[in-house]
Structures are given as structure tokens and as C-alpha cells.
Design a protein around this ligand. Structure first.
Ligand SMILES: Nc1ncnc2c1ncn2[C@@H]1O[C@H](COP(=O)(O)OP(=O)(O)OP(=O)(O)O)[C@@H](O)[C@H]1O
Length: 843
């Protein structure tokens, strides 16, 4: 009864504490450790009563004897530590790992401080009376200080204890040694530059968010938040505020921020940083925004290596140019619910499984489980002499017992002598993309092509580098979560990369999925919704790839990353006689959100383009994401499959579809809503993941943010060829006939409909239509009643005319093969189209 009353009271107080603020509600009752927490709280009050307020009484004397006797004067801090521990147990009971780490840190600090106090007070010994010990470092101080001083002398003992205290602080704050300087600098910068309290709070909250979910030693500084965007220095000749993206021009706070950036950039430059940030952004040397803001034209920029060290959130040095591009704030993406490692539903399943084994007389037991967001994998160990098949044969009975049709049995669990039974959680969790991107695995790298995938069956975060895929096929039945994945992928890129690092071509024949991204600066061409245009765009990608390859071979590099690194360090010089300015290439990501629609209109062309891109594009930094609802062999052909090595399968409607995507069954057993099997290149076994989820309002916020940073600068030539194709639409299936008609009319120079009827053996209506088409292409003049039409094309021009009808550009020069590829278009100072483009962007 006493225990019950105590725990009831404790839960009441714990519940009230959890209601303060967010993040601690909905705790699994099994995890609450309110009893311990309340005991600690009581202790904190009692110790404070004696040590802070000097309350008298026999009990208080005992308290003082214990507290001060143990810790000496350091006991003054004891109530605070107890209070803190109590709050932690109430709010984050499941983070025992983090609490233990902090405990170790505090322990080290306590030993160090007690030892130092004892040494400072000349090491009073208990035999000389306990008063002295209490007024110094307590028993701890005595026990630590005495042997150290006796063995090493105070000269060595003091530094050793200081070092121990320093170690304690590092452990307490989860700061790796290498991060000490950047973090300190971050703190100093924030103080010096008067960062708002809100910003600081966010950073702290973030750091906490990471430690909450990950191993403590993996906590790193918050990621890059601001980057400077490469631009044409000529644009600097316009009025200074013009170079800022519109919403910020004239904004004092922003200009002040820009000045801070400049200051930091200068410091970075002074530190002579040389490391290249992976295969990242363009790196013209930062022109101090002071120049950009002062009423004088900025001098042309010079190239220099980007800075090396990561610096804290909000204070990133700029990578290039004098346009400041701010990545969306991490908090634009919401936090998901805390991960449960166990719930009542799991216990019920364990019970059901055990019952099934008992009923069928199988010597097997459930030895543990690992709970993921969607499914839990229960581990089953077999007794001596029990056949594995006896359990696998029971899959239907197991499904019946746990009332779920989607039971998947893994025999064995890779790397373990145990059978795994994956059963959907009755209480599944959504995986928030924000949590994936804030996890330590995502922070470990700054590569701009890293995206959040989701969580695995053990609850660990999964991220992937699209550049390493290097191409991925995403398939799944309607509603399985494919589009959600595409959204998570694009949002990940928008969160982590600037348009000078990653450019995209988005193909969305369904016209619904990707329209939300219309107008983002990462686009190279407006979102393509027409399947024929899409096929054209793929051909453009092939040309872009070839142009990049030409550059690579001309300068002697094998991979775009090496080339970019060399450009940044100034090693790549234009060829003699060339006016070109060389700049790094952004990665180019081509997303096709319904391959089937493309394969319907131009299967051979699309297949050929995809084959060519996939075979070569990796080194050119061009990557394909092909998504389809219909993973049948006519859409995902053998050729496409052979060249797209990474696969992500959401629930498919049949085993055959699963085979097409993964070359093995499994996807047909998935339970939809983002449940997926992920098989990156080179893996033989797919990994089960729950895809990350990002809400429409989050997408909207991120898209709004990037759109206010910069306007997109579209490549004209993608649109030019695409526009040409649009004209072709009215030709439809008549292209062959039309070509013959044009040939007839031009070679005979006789524009007669009845001749077409006769020679082509077509009816009057068809011949009339062909003539109209020839007129619309200005091959023949308008109808002149019963007379033959005038022919406007000379026989010599016939080949060009036929090519134009076939859809090739009318003037081949419009897309010359030697044209500088995408990076040069954007970054080449001398590209004639640049001024307009950047002028528009800047203003
Ligand atoms: N990762 C996820 N987490 C939680 N719920 C999800 C997830 N992915 C998808 N869902 C749920 O499933 C629904 C359908 O998902 P989605 O639109 O992505 O399917 P789809 O495969 O793209 O379908 P379609 O091919 O028809 O576009 C979503 O509206 C959402 O409710």
C-alpha cells in the first residue's frame, strides 16, 4: 500500500513535469522512472535546506555530515545536480545512455574539483577532526588529493586534476576533442555578434535532439546553414543591394548578418584553410559583403580554396561569390514522436508467439526483439534438435495468432543464430524527415547529395548518398509511399545543398506530384510534365553529360569531384586561346516520377538515353532517380535494370513486380505507407526501412524559403528542344507519311493535294491534313483554290526540312556540341547570356 501510494504520488508529479513544454508527453508508462526522480527531488530539497539555507536540527546535522563530509564545500552544488538528475529521470527516462554519459562527466568534474579544493586547503586529514575535511574537499578531496600530492607533488597534481576536470566537461557536453575549438569559437561568435536568444536556444535544442537519439560520441556541430552562391562577378557592377536576393535587400538585420559572414570569411581565409569540403560547391573567393554593400562596384573575385572547418550553425563562412544563400533552417522540419523501444503491443505479440510454439509443441522461445517504427523483428531461438522448418512452416498460424497478414520470416537473421519474425506494429510510428536529417549519421557528412531515407528495423536512421548510388529505381504500387519518398529526397536536397551544388531536372508526367517545387532555384528547366518533352530532356542530359566528359578529358580528370577540387584550388587553367572561365560543375539530379508514362511515348529513345546516361554519367556527376508504379518488364526493361544498380521497393502488388525491382521476392509482403526494402548498389540483401515522411506544410515552408533566396535560372536549350517537340504533337502518328509528303512536294516542286492522295495512297481527308501540316511548317504556301500550292522549300534544303519535321532542332547551331555545359552557363563570367540571367536573379 505504501509503495502504491508513493508511486501514485510520484506519477502525478512526473506527469505535471512532462506537461511543461513539448517532447516529453506520451511517454510509455513502462519507461517512467518517477519513483527515482521524486526521491532525488526530495533529496535535493533536503540538501538545499541544510547547505543553502542552513536549517538546524538533528536530521539536518546528519545531512550535513554526509553531504559536506563527502564533497566538502562542493556540497553546495549538490542540490542543483540532484534537481537536474530528477528532471532528467522524469522527462527523458529512456535516455539512460545519455544520462550515464553525463554522470561520468559529472563524476570526473566532482573528483577534480574536490581534489583541487582539498589541495588548496592544505589537505586537512580526518584524523585532525572532520570540520577541516568538511570545509575543504570532503572525503573525496582527501582521498584524491593526498596520494596525488604525496606521489607527484602539488605541481603535477594540480594540472592532472585540471585535465580530469576538462575531460569531465568534454564528456558532459559530448564534445569530441576536435570540436572544442569550433564550438568555443561558435560560442564566442554568438556572444560577440549578439545572436538572438532564440537562435542559441535552437542550437542547444538541436544538440540535445541528437544526443537523445544517438550514441553520445557521435554528436557533432550543427551543419552548414549559410552558403554563398556562385555568381557572375559582373553582376556586382549593379547597385550593391541589387546583388542581394530581393527580400533581403535593404534589410538591416540581413546586412549586419552579411557583415558578420564577411568577418568570418576573412578569418577563415587568414587561417589559410585548404581542405575542400568533399565534392561541394563552387568556390570563388568570398568577396566581402562589405564590398557588395558599399556604394562602389566590387572588384572581380578571385578563386580560392573554401574554408576547412565546420563552424557552428548560422555562422558558416561563405563558399563563393557575394550572394548569400541561406539554407532553410533545420527547424523548418518538425520533430517526430520519440522512438519507442518497447510497447504493450510488443509484449502481447511475444505472448502470442510463445503460445503458438506451445500449442504446436515446438521447442523454441522468443529471446528478444528490436522494434522499428513500422515492424518489430522478434528473435526466436530453437531448442536442441528442433528444425528451423518447423517454425517457418508455421507462418500462417503465426499470422493468425497476431492477426496480421504481413508476417515475414527471416531464417536466419543475418549474423545471428536466430530466426527473425517481422510483424507489423499495431502502434506504428511515423518517421519525421527532420529527425533523419538531424541525426548524427546525416550530420557526419556534408556531402550535398546525401538524403534522408528513413529508419531501419532496429530504429536506426538511414541516409544515403545519391552520388554513390549512382542511379536508383524506386518502385511500388499506388499509395505505397513512392511519392512521399521523392518528396523526402527533394526536400533533403533543398535542406542541405545550394543551387550551385545540386541542380535538378524534375519530370512529372502525372502533373500533381512535383508541382509544389515549381520555381525553386535548383531547377535547370521548368518542371517537365509532357512525356515527349521529357524524352527530349533526357536527350539533353546525354548532351550535357557528353559536354562534361569532353571537359574532363580535355583537362585530364577522371571524375567531376577531382575536376571540381582542382578548379577550386586554381589548378585548372583554360586551354590556350580560350576565353572560358572554368568553374566547378554542380551535381545534376534527374528525377522521373513515372517512368511508365515516358516509356509509353518513346520507349526506344527513352531507353537509349537512360542506358547512355546510366553507363557514363556517374563520373560526370549526373544521377538518375527513376520512379514507377508499374514495375513490369515493359517499363523496367532488362537494359534499364542492368544499368540502374540501386533499388528502393515499396509495397508491390505482386511477387512478380517484387522480382522485377529487387530480383527477389519480399516487396509484395510490405505493408505500405512508406514501408520499403532498400537495396543500395552492391548489397545482396535488401534492408527493410520505414521511409521518412514530410508533410505538405513542411515542403511548402522549405520551398518558400529557397524561392525567396534566389530565382531559378533556366537553361534555354532544354526548353528550346522541348518546345520543338511540342510542335510535333499535332503530327501524331503521321510522321512517316508527312516526311514522304514533304519529300514529294519539295522534289517535284508541286504542291498538290491530289498528287499526295495518288502517290501516298491516302484518302482526301488525310492528304488535306498533310498539306495543312506542310503549310504550318512553311514548306508550302496557303491554298490557292483549285491551283497547286506554292512550294517554299528548295530541293537543296530538303534534308534540313526533314530533320526539322523529325523533331531535331531546325538550326543545329542552336545546341552546338561545343557549348559550355551547365556549370559554365551559370558561372562563366563571360557567357553572354549570363548578365540577363543574373540581373534578373539579383534584382
Ligand atoms: N513514409 C511514410 N510515412 C507515413 N505515411 C506514409 C509514408 N509514405 C506514404 N504514406 C501514406 O501513404 C499515402 C500514399 O503515399 P504516396 O502518395 O507517397 O504513395 P505513392 O506510392 O506515391 O502513390 P501514387 O503512386 O498513387 O502516387 C500517403 O498519403 C500517406 O498517408
Amino acid at each position: 500500500m505504501v509503495r502504491g501510494t508513493w508511486l501514485g504520488f510520484a506519477h502525478g508529479v512526473g506527469g505535471a513535469t512532462r506537461r511543461v513544454g513539448r517532447g516529453a508527453r506520451d511517454l510509455d508508462p513502462a519507461l517512467r522512472r518517477d519513483g527515482v526522480a521524486l526521491t532525488l527531488l526530495g533529496l535535493a530539497i533536503i540538501v538545499a535546506g541544510r547547505e543553502w539555507w542552513g536549517l538546524e536540527g538533528a536530521a539536518m546535522d546528519v545531512v550535513h555530515a554526509i553531504a559536506a563530509g563527502t564533497f566538502g564545500v562542493v556540497a553546495v552544488a549538490l542540490p542543483l545536480v540532484l534537481l537536474w538528475l530528477s528532471v532528467r529521470f522524469m522527462r527523458h527516462p529512456q535516455e539512460s545512455q545519455v544520462t550515464s554519459r553525463m554522470g561520468i562527466g559529472l563524476g570526473a568534474i566532482t573528483i577534480a574539483v574536490c581534489g583541487l579544493v582539498a589541495i588548496a586547503e592544505d589537505l586537512p586529514a580526518p584524523r585532525d577532526g572532520f570540520e577541516g575535511v568538511r570545509a575543504a574537499g570532503g572525503v573525496i578531496g582527501y582521498l584524491v588529493g593526498t596520494p596525488l600530492v604525496a606521489g607527484l607533488t602539488a605541481w603535477v597534481a594540480v594540472p592532472v586534476l585540471l585535465l580530469l576536470g576538462f575531460f569531465g566537461i568534454l564528456v558532459l557536453t559530448a564534445t569530441p576533442l576536435g570540436q572544442v575549438v569550433p564550438r568555443l569559437r561558435g560560442v564566442v561568435d554568438r556572444l560577440t555578434y549578439g545572436r538572438t536568444a532564440a537562435d542559441t536556444d535552437e542550437t542547444l535544442q538541436l544538440a540535445e535532439g541528437v544526443s537523445r537519439h544517438d550514441a553520445p560520441d557521435e554528436v557533432e556541430a550543427a551543419p552548414v546553414r549559410r552558403r554563398r552562391f556562385g555568381r557572375n562577378p559582373r553582376a556586382a557592377e549593379v547597385a550593391p543591394t541589387d546583388v542581394l536576393p530581393q527580400p533581403y535587400a535593404g534589410d538591416e538585420a540581413f546586412e549586419a548578418a552579411a557583415l558578420r559572414e564577411a568577418d568570418l570569411a576573412e578569418r577563415e581565409a587568414a587561417a589559410d584553410a585548404t581542405q575542400v569540403l568533399g565534392a561541394e560547391a563552387a568556390a570563388t573567393a568570398p568577396t566581402a559583403p562589405t564590398e557588395a554593400l558599399a556604394p562602389v562596384p566590387a572588384p572581380p573575385t578571385e578563386r580560392a580554396a573554401p574554408p576547412t572547418e565546420r563552424v557552428p550553425a548560422g555562422e558558416q563562412p561563405m563558399l563563393s561569390g557575394d550572394i548569400v544563400y541561406l539554407l532553410p533552417h533545420e527547424e523548418s522540419l518538425v520533430k517526430g514522436p520519440p522512438h519507442k523501444v518497447r510497447s504493450a503491443a510488443n509484449d502481447r505479440v511475444v505472448e502470442s508467439l510463445t503460445n503458438v510454439f506451445e500449442q504446436f509443441g515446438i521447442n523454441a522461445s522468443v529471446t528478444g526483439f528490436s522494434r522499428g517504427p513500422t515492424v518489430t523483428r522478434y528473435e526466436v531461438e530453437l531448442g536442441q534438435g528442433t528444425k528451423v522448418e518447423r517454425v517457418t512452416a508455421l507462418s500462417k498460424n503465426i499470422a493468425y495468432a497476431v492477426a496480421s497478414a504481413d508476417v515475414r520470416i527471416l531464417s536466419p537473421i543475418p549474423g545471428k543464430s536466430a530466426i527473425g519474425i517481422e510483424i507489423p506494429n499495431a502502434d506504428r510510428e511515423t518517421v519525421a524527415l527532420g529527425d533523419v536529417l538531424r541525426s548524427s549519421v546525416a550530420r557526419r557528412t556534408e556531402h550535398p547529395m546525401v538524403i534522408g531515407i528513413g529508419k531501419d528495423v532496429e530504429g536506426g536512421y538511414v541516409v544515403a548518398n545519391l552520388a554513390k548510388m549512382p542511379h536508383i529505381l524506386v518502385a511500388g504500387a499506388t499509395g505505397a509511399g513512392k511519392s512521399s519518398f521523392v518528396n523526402s529526397m527533394i526536400v533533403s536536397l533543398l535542406m542541405r545543398s545550394t543551387p550551385d551544388q545540386v541542380r535538378m531536372v524534375l519530370v512529372d508526367p502525372k502533373r500533381v506530384e512535383l508541382t509544389i517545387y515549381d520555381g525553386i532555384p535548383h531547377l535547370i528547366t521548368p518542371i517537365i510534365t509532357n512525356p515527349k518533352k521529357a524524352a527530349e530532356a533526357l536527350e539533353w542530359v546525354v548532351r550535357e553529360m557528353d559536354a562534361r566528359y569532353d571537359d574532363l578529358s580535355a583537362f585530364g580528370y577522371k571524375h567531376i569531384d577531382d575536376f571540381n577540387a582542382a578548379v577550386r584550388s586554381g589548378k585548372v587553367k583554360p586551354l590556350p586561346g580560350s576565353e572560358r572561365k572554368i568553374a566547378p560543375y554542380p551535381y545534376l539530379l534527374v528525377v522521373v516520377d513515372e517512368l511508365a508514362d515516358l516509356m509509353m511515348v518513346a520507349p526506344r529513345d527513352v531507353e537509349a538515353s537512360i542506358q547512355r546516361i546510366t553507363q557514363l554519367a556517374r563520373a560526370a556527376g549526373i544521377h538518375l532517380v527513376l520512379a514507377t508504379q508499374r514495375p513490369s518488364v515493359d517499363v523496367v526493361t532488362g537494359l534499364i535494370k542492368a544499368n540502374v544498380p540501386s533499388r528502393l521497393a515499396f509495397a508491390t502488388s505482386s511477387l512478380t513486380d517484387s522480382r522485377v525491382v529487387l530480383d527477389q521476392p519480399g516487396a509484395e509482403k510490405l505493408i505500405g505507407q512508406g514501408d520499403a526494402l532498400f537495396m543500395p548498389m552492391g548489397e545482396a540483401k535488401p534492408m527493410r526501412v520505414q521511409g521518412a515522411w514530410v508533410t505538405e506544410s513542411e515542403i511548402h515552408a522549405v520551398v518558400q524559403h529557397v524561392k525567396t533566396q534566389l530565382k531559378p535560372v533556366y537553361r534555354e536549350d532544354v526548353a528550346v528542344t522541348a518546345a520543338k517537340k511540342q510542335v510535333d504533337e499535332d503530327i501524331g502518328d503521321d510522321l512517316d507519311l508527312l516526311l514522304q509528303a514533304a519529300e514529294l512536294v519539295v522534289t517535284t516542286q508541286f504542291g498538290s493535294t491530289s498528287m499526295l492522295q495518288r502517290k501516298l495512297r491516302v484518302g482526301f481527308a488525310k492528304a488535306g491534313r498533310l498539306m495543312d501540316l506542310l503549310e504550318s511548317r512553311e514548306i508550302v504556301g496557303p491554298s490557292e483554290g483549285s491551283k497547286a500550292r506554292e512550294v517554299l522549300v528548295q530541293p537543296d534544303d530538303l534534308p534540313g526540312t526533314l530533320a526539322m519535321l523529325r523533331g531535331a532542332p531546325a538550326e543545329p547551331e542552336a545546341v552546338p556540341s561545343h557549348e559550355p555545359p551547365v556549370a559554365q552557363e551559370y558561372f562563366d563570367d563571360d557567357a553572354p547570356s549570363e548578365d540577363d540571367a543574373w540581373g534578373e536573379t539579383g534584382r
